[in-house]
Design a binder for this molecule. Structure first.
Ligand code: CA
Length: 240
């Protein structure tokens, strides 16, 4: 797969607490993390999660859902222990959404409220379920998805990486085909950009970096009160 990434501090925040990982030569995985915690701890948490995850994935012989889960669990331990050992980082945590490709399969690992979408056959589908209070309320039928988008408590997440000694990781496996485009992003994107706008950008004639710049510009125009991070991971024809 070929992966393109962008991050923007947004218009309100003094620092960017999002981190992301793009595959290096020969690698087939990427990740987005959105950190939280006082002072600069959110920034530390997301960077540490991405770093620990990618170091672990590099040593994996064949990518499986279990391998991905273990890499995220390692990242959880690293952030959790750093938070215990450093007073200023107490309670820090991060969302974590990762994608890895193995032959004609992709695996998603997910914790928190960053998201992974799949664009295929001119349609977009959200692959991850937000670990948020409002999403739980939607699932229980207490509020509609539309109400969730403007709910005053929409920022409360119910699962994060690094805040507990153990983390429950959602793992998904998808059969992929050339042309599939995965979109990974932090909530600074999805709170300000509609799904159809992501689809429109993906289908536009622009190159992938330009599609990402366009989506960031929409998020900024619509408020940009949060850090904005997004990746497009495009599945290519398998090398023979
Ligand atoms: Ca955020």
């Amino acid at each position: 797969m070929k992966v393109y990434g962008i991050t923007d501090i947004g218009r309100m925040r003094p620092i960017n607490e999002d981190s992301y990982y793009l595959p290096q030569e020969g690698e087939r995985f990427c990740a987005v993390a959105d950190g939280m915690g006082g002072h600069n701890a959110g920034e530390v948490a997301s960077a540490m999660a991405v770093d620990t995850f990618s170091r672990h994935m590099r040593d994996v012989q064949s990518i499986t859902g279990q391998a991905l889960r273990e890499a995220v669990e390692f990242a959880n331990e690293a952030v959790y222990e750093a938070a215990l050992e450093n007073e200023g980082m107490s309670g820090m945590g991060t969302t974590f959404s990762a994608l890895a490709e193995e032959e004609d399969r992709a695996f998603i690992a997910h914790v928190g409220d960053s998201r992974v979408y799949l664009v295929r056959d001119n349609a977009i589908m959200q692959m991850t379920t937000d670990h948020t209070l409002v999403e739980e309320m939607v699932q229980k039928g207490m509020i509609t998805p539309r109400e969730a988008r403007v709910h005053p408590r929409r920022n409360i997440i119910t699962r994060a990486l690094g805040t507990e000694p153990f983390v429950r990781v959602d793992i998904m496996q998808i059969d992929v085909r050339p042309g599939d485009a995965f979109f990974l992003c932090s909530d600074g994107m999805t709170n300000y950009v509609e799904e159809y706008e992501i689809l429109q950008a993906a289908l536009s004639g622009e190159d992938w970096p330009q599609k990402l710049r366009h989506l960031v510009s929409i998020a900024l125009e619509n408020g940009g009160a949060d850090n904005i991070t997004a990746l497009f991971a495009v599945i290519e024809e398998a090398a023979t």
